[in-house]
Write a protein that binds this ligand. Structure first.
Ligand code: B1M
Length: 210
């Protein structure tokens, strides 16, 4: 099978060493780094999510697959940033996965793609407390706060953060993303925008920063 199919299978199997070896070869032979995200990581994790949902996979398998996927993302980030090399400084984005939620692969991808487009990203990590986000936002360096959440149980935390930021009249825009949320939800909580994927997030940021 093709290296792409091979790598997808390896992530689904949770074979981090295997997938990293094939991905390194793929890149050294001139393969497109972002193809590893779009054609390998995204479909593989979708499959893993399906297997987990229907009870064929349990938490340990979910974790192994996530670690393999994150390894590929790290490799892609190194490749993208070393090729680009241009630090255009187009603006600063504060990124966080909200409190209660430890899913950060999507947030990391969005951060990486923003960086590769010349934005500075201050990444606060995952399971980030409201206070921590506010504290950073008050410093005033970032023009945009980007919030990520993947679970129906944590999306309401986005509302808390957004309302708090808006309540303090901080001159910072709030954008949201993640599997559980939508444009409707963004409108509902008073966020300034929603993006379904990393490239749309770049377009949204470009639009908001005018
Ligand atoms: Co979990 N998990 N997980 N998980 N996990 C989901 C989300 C779930 C849908 C699986 C399922 O049941 N089908 C389900 C949530 C159900 C719900 O909402 N009610 C779930 C669950 C239940 C759980 C646990 C509770 C399981 C348990 O403990 N019993 C637990 C939660 C722990 C916690 O957070 N407190 C848990 C744990 C984990 C792992 C740690 C094992 C691992 C995460 C590892 C990590 O992130 N470092 C994991 C994984 C890997 C998944 C699935 C399989 C894949 C998620 C992922 O990384 N997708 C997921 C199933 C699925 O989504 N099909 C699932 C790939 C990623 C690139 O996509 O994050 O959507 P995504 O990001 C996209 C876009 O959404 C967008 O751009 C990204 C790139 O395209 N985007 C933004 C994201 N953020 C953005 C921000 C923006 C703009 C765009 O602007 C700011």
């Amino acid at each position: 099978s093709s290296p792409i199919e091979q790598m997808k299978g390896m992530i689904v199997q949770g074979d981090r060493g295997g997938v990293l070896a094939v991905a390194r070869r793929f890149l050294s032979e001139g393969g497109e780094p972002l193809a590893l995200i779009n054609d390998v990581v995204l479909p593989a994790l979708e499959e893993v999510g399906r297997l987990y949902e229907c009870g064929d996979y349990f938490l340990p398998q979910l974790i192994s697959s996530a670690e393999a996927a994150q390894g590929v993302c790290d490799l892609v980030e190194q490749a993208v940033l070393s090729r680009g090399g241009t630090l255009k400084d187009r603006g600063c984005i504060l990124m966080a996965t909200v409190a209660g939620d430890i899913h950060d692969i999507g947030k990391n991808i969005v951060s990486m793609v923003l960086k590769s487009h010349g934005y500075k990203v201050i990444d606060l990590g995952k399971d980030v407390a409201l206070e921590k986000i506010l504290e950073e936002a008050r410093k005033g360096e970032a023009q945009i706060v980007g919030l990520s959440a993947l679970m129906t149980t944590t999306m309401s935390e986005m509302e808390r953060v957004t309302r708090k930021i808006k309540g303090e009249n901080l001159s910072v825009k709030v954008i949201i993303g993640g599997a559980a949320v939508s444009q409707n939800y963004a409108d509902h909580i008073g966020a300034d925008g929603y993006a379904p994927d990393a490239l749309s997030a770049v377009r949204l940021v470009e639009k908001l920063l005018g």
